[in-house]
Write a protein that binds this ligand. Structure first.
Ligand SMILES: Cc1cc2nc3c(=O)[nH]c(=O)nc-3n(C[C@H](O)[C@H](O)[C@H](O)COP(=O)(O)OP(=O)(O)OC[C@H]3O[C@@H](n4cnc5c(N)ncnc54)[C@H](O)[C@@H]3O)c2cc1C
Length: 274
């Protein structure tokens, strides 16, 4: 199970860490929206998540100052969001702009944010207590084998099979949480996916793509062949096809596993091709 998460990108702003506990957010929920009621806020980012957050927060904030590094939103944001931003009078889009300074109280409450145009060098100070950062995350997938399919940003892609939605391209390997493409980047979502993946792992040997056959010792094994990989599952059900006692009345599982362990050792344990 791959659960290596992602690193949220942080802009290089001096003393950012001083305000992170109180005034800087990497998401926007109704809790943050309530805190911003009637105030100016600064939001950094030009992607869809930034656009969605800007539109959402504009319903609460007095003014949303949207700072985008590039010269526009066309290359990074969906058209419907660009149109909604244009149609929202209290979103102030500032292109080619970066946050260059933060100042506030000794206890870490933000009071003002400096935004600088990268082209002209002109600076603009906004009195704001909240800053939102939506500049993406880098998945921790550098360590993975190439056989696990990743999307163009490096997140692990998971199956479209409704029975195994958390399965990766590699048989027997599952992915959950922030590292998974399309996951909701929240603690509760990661925990929920973890629980769901456990259920999928239990169901995995019964998946229709497994073929049950007898191995050279006469034991039934299940094999999944997918993307050129073969995975053999240990015997989990009953039987030795040539044994009438086993086929008619399965022996207790523990006995069966022990008998199999002695007979075939580790050769038929689940091989995960990582
Ligand atoms: C500043 C900040 C505040 C947040 N606040 C909230 C919040 O209030 N509420 C909320 O719901 N969500 C919040 N989130 C999002 C939340 O933290 C994530 O959605 C959640 O932690 C994802 O869980 P995960 O298990 O997928 O990944 P992570 O929690 O990132 O865990 C991944 C783990 O894998 C380890 N790892 C990485 N690479 C390897 C490797 N090669 N080998 C072994 N281990 C490895 C990492 O060290 C880490 O321990 C916040 C995120 C940030 C950055």
């Amino acid at each position: 199970m791959i659960a290596s998460g992602a690193r949220y990108r942080r802009p290089e702003i001096e003393n950012l860490d001083r305000f992170e506990a109180t005034s800087v957010s990497y998401w926007a929920t109704t809790i943050e929206a309530t805190l911003c009621e009637g105030r100016d806020i600064v939001l950094v980012g030009g992607g869809n998540s930034a656009g969605q957050a800007a539109v959402f927060l504009a319903a609460h904030a007095r003014q949303v100052h949207l700072a985008v590094r590039s010269s526009g939103l066309d290359a990074s944001m969906s058209r419907y969001l660009i149109d909604r931003i244009k149609a929202t009078p209290n979103i102030d889009l500032r292109v080619r702009t970066a946050v260059t300074g933060l100042s506030g109280t000794a206890d870490g409450t933000l009071e003002s944010i400096d935004m600088t145009c990268r082209e002209s060098g002109d600076s603009h100070r906004v009195d704001a207590r909240h800053m939102f950062l939506f500049i993406g995350a880098d998945p921790n997938t550098q360590w993975l084998d190439r056989r696990i399919t990743l999307d163009n940003k490096g997140f692990v892609t998971t199956s479209s099979d409704p029975q195994l939605p958390l399965a990766t391209s590699s048989p027997g390997v599952f992915a959950i949480g922030d590292v998974r493409r399309g996951s909701v980047k929240r603690v509760a979502a990661g925990v929920g996916e973890g629980a769901a993946a456990v259920a999928q792992i239990h169901a995995y040997p019964r998946h229709p793509s497994f073929v049950v056959h007898s191995d050279s010792n006469g034991w039934n094994v299940r094999t999944l062949s997918q993307a050129g990989e073969a995975v053999e599952m240990p015997l989990t059900g009953r039987t030795r096809t040539s044994c009438s006692t086993c086929t008619s009345k399965p022996p207790p599982m523990a006995k069966l596993h022990e008998a199999r362990r002695q007979q075939v050792g580790d050769r038929h344990r689940l091989r995960v091709p990582l």
